[in-house]
Each structure stands twice: as C-alpha cells, then as structure tokens.
Design a binder for this molecule. Structure first.
Ligand code: KG4
Ligand code: ZN
Length: 349
C-alpha cells in the first residue's frame, strides 16, 4: 500500500509518499513561515495564497511516478479554512484525475502517526527502530492543539484531557513575541533558554478541574506581568515595547523559566496518565515534540523508553498524513467521495 499524503492545514505546504505505514519514500515541505515571521504569527490570507503557489510543485516533487500510488490521503481539518481548502481541492482533483481512492485525515491524529515511520532511504532522518505498541499513550503538543490521548488500536482512542485555552506551542509563540524572539517561538525560546537559569523565576502551574486538562493562558500572562515588573513598568505597559528594555540575561532567564514550567505542565499529566493506564508505548507528537527540553524531562521521569521520531516529522508534514492514510486504506476504513469531500476547520480528534 503506497499512499501520497497532502497537508496544508497551516503554513506548511507538504506532500509525502509512504509505503505500508512504515517506509518513508519522499517528504517535501515548503513553508511560508518566513513570510509570517515579520508579523509574529501566521497570517491566514498569506498562508492560503502561498499554498496555491506551492502545492503543485510540492506534489510533483513528492510523486516521481503516479503508477506506484495506490491512494491519496489529505488533511481535511482542523486548521485554517483557506489553507485546508487548497490541499483538499488539490487532493480531490488528483484523486479523480488519476482514479485513486481518497482518504480524509484528521490533522491532530495524523501528528501521532509520524511515530510509526521506521524506515527510509532518504538522507538526514533519525527514525525509531520499531513502531509503537498498543495501547499507546499520546502526548499531542502542537501550536493549536495540546491533548493527551489513549489509543487502544488505530481507530479506537479516548481523549483523556486537553488544553482549556491556548495550545502549548501557541504559548511558546506568544512568550517569544513578548521577549522579542523570532517566530516560531518554540525553537527560539529553546535556544535562548540554553543561556538562562530555568529556576530564576517561579511561574505558576494552572490547577485544573479535570486532572488531564491543561491551561497555558495564565502562564503566558504571568510571563507578561513579570517582564513588565522587571523593567519597572505597570500592567498597562504595552507588551510589544517590553523586549527592547530587557537585558539578554533577563530574556534568557525568563525563556528558561517559562520553558521549564510549560514543559513540566504536560510532562506531569503524561506521568499521571502513564501511572493510571500503564500503556505499552508513549509517543509525543506535534511541533513542540521537537523540543529537546520535552525529550529531556520525559526521559528523566518515564520508566519506559520513548522512541522519538525525527524533529522534521514533528512539525507539519505530509508523511504523517500518508502514514495514517496507509492504515485507513489497508484496514478497511471508508474512503471519501472526491466529488464532495468538505473541509472541517473545527474538526476535533
Ligand atoms: O504541529 P505544528 O507544526 O503546527 C500545528 O499543528 O499547530 O506546531 C507548531 C508549533 C509552534 O507553536 C512552534 O513554536 C512549535 O510547534 N515548535 C517547537 C519546536 N519546533 C516547533 N516548540 C518547541 N521546540 C521546538 N523545537
Ligand atoms: Zn500540526
């Protein structure tokens, strides 16, 4: 089963070809991130326009030979409406043109499936040596989504908890903006944190009504208030003027202290769920899964080893969509009608 996966839910235009849900043949990602960086976040109209320009060159590069492709999988939600439309319409058209079955894939679920890739002849990928074993506890930490899920098998899962407000990646992006660090905030805070003391400041962890839920908006506000206090200003001081008044040492200490608590928040919940459900595997998925601090904290606290995937497969890509598409196709999940598949920007897992 060889599947082409197409992903355009945010600012990455991506396509990849995966065989049998484990072998990565091609993986092409064009990002409009640089265009958004000047605004400190993704501008939906710019993302959609960039997808239109990039989608066909990206697909053509990912698919050297159409006769080898058995099916097409595409992200149909959740994500930005204009961005999702470009991928979905492209996939629908290609499915009709090449007479291939079409599978509609949930972006958040797909993130988890990057962890099922174990083989590739592509250079520069460090993949785990084996696939996760069910039951799988999945910590999904991306820009827009943060949740803990328990997969009993490929299509049976329970959401144990989720964020009640911002995604953890969104919190990294917003704190980076306060500190004047470039977008995306995850990697830039991670780098700045290397220079700082993670115990310099004590930020609060939110207490939640449901034990597996998270919250990040309070943490982000705590960072803002602390930064204002550090430069001797009041609550009304504009956040975009703070960075210019902080020293490099202050920025590094705030970045390190914020990162420690944000990551601890999700690792605490992962540990609780691990104790309660004793899964055979734990996986981490989504852009923030690329964080070395997350990997360090988990390795320190979990009694079992996690087989981490390559950081390139943590952020948005077509390979995760193709991988899940392989399982959908080979395990008899129903395909979508290429004449009528609709996007679902607010789809949940
Ligand atoms: O999964 P993703 O590419 O897009 C969504 O589905 O949201 O995640 C993007 C998020 C951004 O918030 C970015 O700051 C974060 O992932 N991110 C990281 C790293 N690389 C990307 N966070 C921490 N460490 C990283 N190395
Ligand atoms: Zn994503």
């Amino acid at each position: 089963m060889i599947v082409l996966g197409i992903e355009t839910s945010c600012d990455e235009t991506a396509a990849a070809v995966v065989e049998d849900g484990r072998t990565l043949h091609t993986n092409v990602v064009a990002s409009s991130m640089d265009l958004h960086a000047v605004y400190g976040g993704v501008v939906p109209e710019i993302a959609a326009r960039s997808h239109i320009e990039a989608i066909m060159p990206v697909v053509e590069k990912a698919v050297p030979n159409w006769s080898e492709i058995d099916a097409i999988a595409v992200t149909y939600g959740p994500g930005l409406g204009g961005s999702l439309l470009v991928g979905a319409l492209t996939a629908r058209t290609l499915a009709i043109l090449h007479n291939k079955p079409l599978y509609a894939v949930n972006h958040v679920t797909a993130h988890c499936y990057a962890n099922f890739l174990t083989e590739t002849s592509l250079p520069g990928y460090a993949l785990p040596s084996r696939q996760p074993d069910f039951p799988v506890l999945a910590l999904i930490v991306s820009g827009g989504h943060s949740q803990l899920g328990l997969f009993r098998d490929h299509f049976g899962y329970t959401i144990l908890g989720q964020t009640n407000d911002d995604g953890i990646g969104e919190a990294f992006d917003k704190v980076a903006k306060i500190l004047g660090l470039p977008y995306p905030g995850g990697p830039s805070i991670g780098e700045q944190a290397l220079e700082g003391n993670p115990l310099a400041y004590q930020f609060p962890k939110a207490r939640m009504e449901h034990k597996y839920d998270f919250s990040f908006s309070g943490l982000k506000t705590a960072v803002l208030r602390l930064a204002q206090a550090e430069i001797g200003e009041s609550y009304s001081f504009p956040s975009f003027e703070i960075a210019g008044r902080l020293s490099d040492a202050q920025k590094a200490d705030i970045a390190a202290s914020f990162q420690r608590v944000a990551i601890e928040t999700v690792v605490d919940k992962t540990m609780l769920a691990y104790e309660e459900f004793r899964p055979r595997s734990v996986i981490i998925a989504g852009g923030v899964a690329a964080s070395p601090e997350l990997r360090r904290q988990l390795a320190e606290r979990l009694p079992i080893e996690i087989a981490y995937t390559d950081p390139k497969l943590c952020t948005d890509n077509g390979a995760m969509v193709a991988t899940y598409g392989c399982f959908m196709a080979s395990l008899g999940q129903s395909s979508a009608d290429p004449y009528s598949l609709e996007i679902m920007p607010n789809l949940s897992m």
